[in-house]
Design a protein around this ligand. Structure first.
Ligand code: NAD
Length: 293
């Protein structure tokens, strides 16, 4: 059985790596956060002190990191994945990072003859826990097929988008642009229900069978708004990161997306007001507080 590495044991990486342990794989985890390492060991995983140690000892390494900067450190750093990889390894980045970072890592990997896939995911923490993630994978189809059994163990819908390394990321950024819009729409529309004393549970049941329904409305309302609990989940800061990547990508294509720019301003303001570490559904509370003034 292949030996698997997992770097970035956060909200997404922890459940994904635990699922691989549960499947009987020998999984070597690494994270900067010591508590995450302890939690992973308690779940039966083994831990390493660096990305380099993971690369040297594994056949396939997954990463789930919060930013392009973190991905750069983990893949291209002195004690990182690329410099310590052997030629048969496959590296799979499930993080959402800038398309340019996909390209930078792919270039370094190719120079060393190492296989690398940029494989962002959708489906949230619930999807990571329940193995129902959607994978959008850019890179070699041959390599994709090689690791498909592992990816299928983590998600239900695993797409090879194209040979271009950032093709999966492009799809993921389109997805998250829509998530940003849906979250903003739900946050504002529900305020009207509040002002007119419409019961939000009943509203949900009615809209759930109407065209106003969306998976984001269901997720944001049922898991967060209805419980008045905004522990992430998917934070405002992570969403803002992805919206920024989407707008940068649009600019690079000479594409003007004025409504999306307004959306970015809204989330930037929300982050500045201190909501950054909360789940994105918290936008509802910000809009609610605004409506009161
Ligand atoms: P997170 O912040 O909860 O987890 C990231 C983990 O990476 C943390 O444990 C952190 O300590 C670790 N880390 C950071 N820098 C590191 C380094 N240099 N070396 C080792 N470990 C390092 O983030 P998350 O919510 O799990 O998201 C991870 C990625 O998945 C992001 O790119 C995000 O956009 C994407 N994503 C998240 C969700 C979601 O719902 N949370 C959904 C889909 C995609």
């Amino acid at each position: 059985m292949e030996k698997i590495g997992f770097i970035g044991l956060g909200n997404m990486g922890m459940p994904m790596s635990k699922n691989l342990v549960e499947d009987g794989y020998d999984v070597l985890g690494h994270d900067l956060n010591k508590d995450a390492l302890t939690q992973f060991e308690e779940a039966g995983g083994k831990t390493a002190n660096s990305g380099g140690e993971v690369a040297a000892n594994c056949d396939v390494v997954f990463t789930s990191l919060p930013s392009s900067k973190a991905a750069e450190a983990v893949y291209l750093g002195e004690d990182g994945l690329i410099s310590h990889s052997h030629k048969d390894i496959v590296l799979v980045d499930t993080s959402t990072v800038a398309p340019e970072m996909n390209e930078k890592i792919a270039k370094a990997a190719t120079e060393k003859g190492i296989a690398f896939l940029a494989a962002p995911v959708s489906g949230g923490v619930i999807g990571a826990v329940n193995r129902t993630l959607t994978f959008m994978v850019g890179g070699s189809e041959e390599v994709f097929k090689q690791v498909l059994p592992l990816i299928n163990a983590l998600g239900t819908d695993c797409f090879h988008v194209g040979e271009t390394i950032d093709s999966g990321t492009t799809v993921k950024l389109i997805n998250n642009l829509l998530i940003g819009f849906y979250t903003a729409g739900v946050s504002e529309a529900l305020q009207l229900a509040n002002k007119k004393d419409i019961d939000l549970d009943k509203l949900f049941d009615m809209l759930n069978v109407s065209y106003g329904q969306s998976r984001i409305y269901e997720r944001n309302y049922k898991t967060y708004i209805a419980n008045n609990d905004y522990e992430p989940g998917f934070t405002i800061s992570l969403l803002l990161k992805d919206l920024g990547f989407a707008l940068d990508l649009a600019k690079q294509q000479d594409l003007n997306l004025p409504i999306s720019e307004q959306l970015v301003s809204l989330y930037t303001e929300t982050e500045k007001e201190g909501y950054g570490p909360k789940d994105m559904a918290v936008l509802y509370e910000k809009v609610k507080a605004q409506g009161k003034t």
